[in-house]
Design a protein around this ligand. Structure first.
Ligand SMILES: Cc1cc2nc3c(=O)[nH]c(=O)nc-3n(C[C@H](O)[C@H](O)[C@H](O)COP(=O)(O)OP(=O)(O)OC[C@H]3O[C@@H](n4cnc5c(N)ncnc54)[C@H](O)[C@@H]3O)c2cc1C
Length: 376
């Protein structure tokens, strides 16, 4: 989010200079590099659909947009295999209702009945299913290349990267005025932006304000399936909660959010969780996965807010302090649009391209939280 805001501020001439503090310059723990990279329009609110739609268009041209003097920017490998929410008797009514809404918002989707689902994806066990909702323009990409592209381009436009932890935010007369690290003090004439992902609450506390974002540790598993049948598969979400999608090299990535995942800054990979709590469901849905090989995996942090929606915009309790954090597991598909929205809000004082005002932090105090149903 930080490099996306920097890119949009500088490329649109909304700001003369930007400094980006990064405590972890190799991005060992940043959520972006540890993401599954799923990109979908299939949300249950207008603003999330609008953010995804802009971001998808941006990703289609990412390499060109991120080009620097050295040539094109990184290839994010955006594969439009689609997104597939599987429907069973329990979730059918709500997902079909959500599909009606999504279509009314212009989202391209297909409703597959059980026969069409089985025709298209014969490896799936469909006996207990009634069908699926297929997001036609959706897919997945390489999150690390997204981060690299935005970072390189922002620097080419003049952003200064400071590979140090921001340790203090100076506040004067109710206004954020500077950021300090061990070796730097950067005066902020226009804005201080909290784009600290799962650490956003900590950075908020440096400025003396509350930013309600908490870390939730999530597991990802890379498996080697017994056949290459899955390479053409969409990112598929099972009613039991797990998802899987093809990865390069014939691999498949699998993940699932659990209510008792650690809410802490931990990145321990839990191999047994896959064996005990995911593999049985995966093998029931895709019988040949019984013979897959668990190769590796990792853990990363979701950055979760009270209503599972991002916080974008000014902090209500501190002038010149802006937040872009708490994407609650869907930041890859919103990063380009969110960066644009915040840059416009900072530079113009108003949202021009996408109205993200519903995602401002004040919604919590004003009782305008809204639940996003389509959380994975
Ligand atoms: C396992 C997993 C799967 C996911 N799958 C998807 C998916 O399929 N699709 C999707 O859209 N999203 C997905 N997400 C979510 C997505 O990755 C995140 O929403 C997004 O990457 C958040 O970006 P960010 O810039 O806010 O956070 P980050 O990438 O974490 O960046 C925040 C940065 O701030 C730095 N920082 C923090 N505090 C300080 C400080 N005091 N000083 C200096 N630097 C600091 C951190 O080091 C970090 O690099 C997934 C996330 C995980 C963990």
């Amino acid at each position: 989010m930080g490099p996306s805001v920097a890119y949009h501020l500088l490329s649109q001439g909304l700001c003369e200079s930007v400094a980006l503090f990064e405590q972890d310059p190799v991005h060992l723990h940043s959520s972006t590099g540890l993401s599954a990279g799923g990109i979908r329009h299939l949300f249950s609110s207008s603003v999330n659909i609008a953010l995804a739609a802009y971001s998808v268009r941006f990703y289609e041209r990412f390499s060109e947009l991120m080009g620097t003097g050295d040539g094109l920017g990184p290839d994010v490998g955006f594969r439009r295999n689609g997104y597939l929410f599987l429907l069973d008797a329990a979730n059918e009514a709500s997902l079909l209702q959500r599909a009606d809404f999504q279509e009314s918002e212009g989202v391209a989707l297909e409703r597959l009945d059980r026969d069409r689902l089985k025709d298209r994806f014969p490896e799936l066990e469909t006996g207990d299913l009634v069908g699926g909702i297929f997001g036609v323009r959706d897919g997945f990409l390489d999150p690390y290349q997204v981060m690299r592209g935005f970072s390189q381009k922002a620097q080419a436009l003049g952003a200064q990267f400071i590979g140090e932890r921001a340790e203090a935010i100076e506040v004067e007369a109710g206004r954020a005025v500077a950021v300090r690290s061990a070796g730097w003090r950067v005066q902020a004439r226009l804005a201080v932006v909290d784009a600290a992902g799962a650490w956003a609450g900590e950075v908020g506390r440096m400025a003396g304000v509350d930013v309600p974002v908490v870390p939730h540790s999530r597991q990802v598993y890379q498996i080697v399936p017994p056949s290459q049948a899955f390479d053409r598969y969409p990112l598929t979400i099972d009613p039991s909660g797990f998802y899987f999608r093809p990865e390069t090299g014939g691999r498949v990535l699998v993940g699932k959010s659990f209510a008792n995942d650690a809410q802490a800054f931990v990145w321990d990979w839990n191999r047994n969780l896959f064996i005990d709590a995911i593999w049985p469901d995966l093998a029931s849905r895709v019988p040949e996965m019984e013979n897959a090989r668990l190769e590796s995996g990792w853990a990363g942090l979701y950055e979760v807010t009270p209503d599972d929606n991002a916080i974008i915009g000014p902090h209500p309790d501190l002038d010149h302090f802006f937040v872009i954090a708490g994407f609650s597991g869907h930041g890859m598909m919103q990063g380009p649009a969110a960066g644009l929205a915040l840059a416009e809000r900072i530079g113009h004082g108003a949202y021009r391209t996408i109205d993200a005002s519903g995602l401002e932090l004040r919604r919590f105090a004003e009782g305008r939280e809204y639940r996003e149903d389509a959380i994975v």
